[in-house]
Design a binder for this molecule. Structure first.
Ligand SMILES: Cc1ncc(C[n+]2csc(CCOP(=O)(O)OP(=O)(O)O)c2C)c(N)n1
Ligand SMILES: [Mg+2]
Length: 277
């Protein structure tokens, strides 16, 4: 049988034998998102002279984090729930030439790691953050997360979520991230392009991918993917009667100095001043 072209980026074997297929539930969107990330990285490796060692993957805890912890044939760190960004920051500061790719979830980024998220964006750290937004805490039983839409039913909101939901892309943009986009598993080409742009951007890139959890929402994956088409609208085409639809597209795409460049600049200026003095 012909092998999937991205299989080269996965560890097929581990100390306890076969690692594949992925542990995820049938129909979970995380395999699709991983494929999008690999396709973007594959392009950089094949077309732009990058090497596998230029990347390091960091994740915390959650279903999405199993991707990093068990399957990647890259340098990677499986860390603490909500603390992916401080650890990715450490990797970046230790080696500013590295490209840390943070695989995170809506809970990891929007709830427990929310403070780290806004400050990573504020600092414009050169990180690519790919957030798999399944709109709940998948790993721990399908509880509501900050991105569970108002009115949606989860294990902790059996009568519908009465809280307001968070827009992680608007938050990233307001906090200062320089590339911000939202797509879904129903938009594979756009997702790959956004991740590629994020990796190429020198600064904080936040790419949110709506990714289905058929297990906890108790829907068929095909129905959920169809709804990603029906219930989303391109940001630039949004009209008044689109209220209630989820905006998708690029929320931010601008250049400003990233943290490491600003840091190097100030170190240089202090050193020059000391030499003159
Ligand atoms: C410090 C800490 N608090 C809580 C937990 C329990 N916990 C594990 S995963 C998780 C939520 C994960 O949600 P999300 O980040 O959206 O990931 P998903 O499983 O949906 O991919 C929680 C609350 C933990 N592991 N560590
Ligand atoms: Mg989640």
């Amino acid at each position: 049988m012909k092998k999937h072209p991205m299989l080269k980026y996965l560890k097929e074997q581990g100390p306890q034998g076969d690692r594949l297929p992925l542990i995820m539930c049938p129909g979970c969107g995380s395999g699709q998102v991983l494929n999008f990330i690999f396709m973007a990285i594959d392009h950089l490796i094949n077309e732009q002279g990058y090497q596998k060692d230029n990347f390091v993957f960091i994740s915390g805890v959650g279903c999405h984090a199993r991707l990093t912890s068990h399957y990647l044939n890259f340098d990677s760190g499986w860390t603490i729930h909500g603390r992916t960004l401080p650890i990715a920051t450490g990797a970046l500061l230790a080696n500013p030439e590295l490209h840390p790719v943070v695989i995170t979830g809506d809970g990891d980024t929007g709830a427990i790691g929310g403070n780290h998220f806004i400050h990573a964006c504020r600092r414009n750290l050169d990180l690519t953050i790919v957030c798999l937004n399944n709109k709940l805490y998948g790993m721990t039983g399908g509880q509501s997360s900050p991105t569970t839409l108002n009115g949606e039913t989860t294990s902790t909101n059996p009568y519908g979520n009465f809280e307001a939901d968070f827009d992680l892309c608007e938050l990233a943009k307001t906090a200062g991230a320089t590339y911000v986009a939202r797509w879904t598993t129903a938009h594979p080409t756009k997702s790959v392009k956004a991740i590629l742009k994020g990796l190429e951007n020198r600064g904080t890139s936040f790419i949110e991918i709506l990714s289905q959890c058929p297990t906890h929402f108790k829907q068929s994956p095909s129905q959920m993917i169809r709804e990603y088409k029906e219930k989303t609208v391109r940001l630039e085409k949004m009209q008044e009667d689109d209220a209630g639809k989820i905006p998708i597209g690029e929320f931010q795409d601008m250049r400003k100095p990233d943290w490491s460049s600003s840091y190097r600049k100030i170190v240089q200026s202090v050193q020059n001043k000391t030499i003159q003095d």
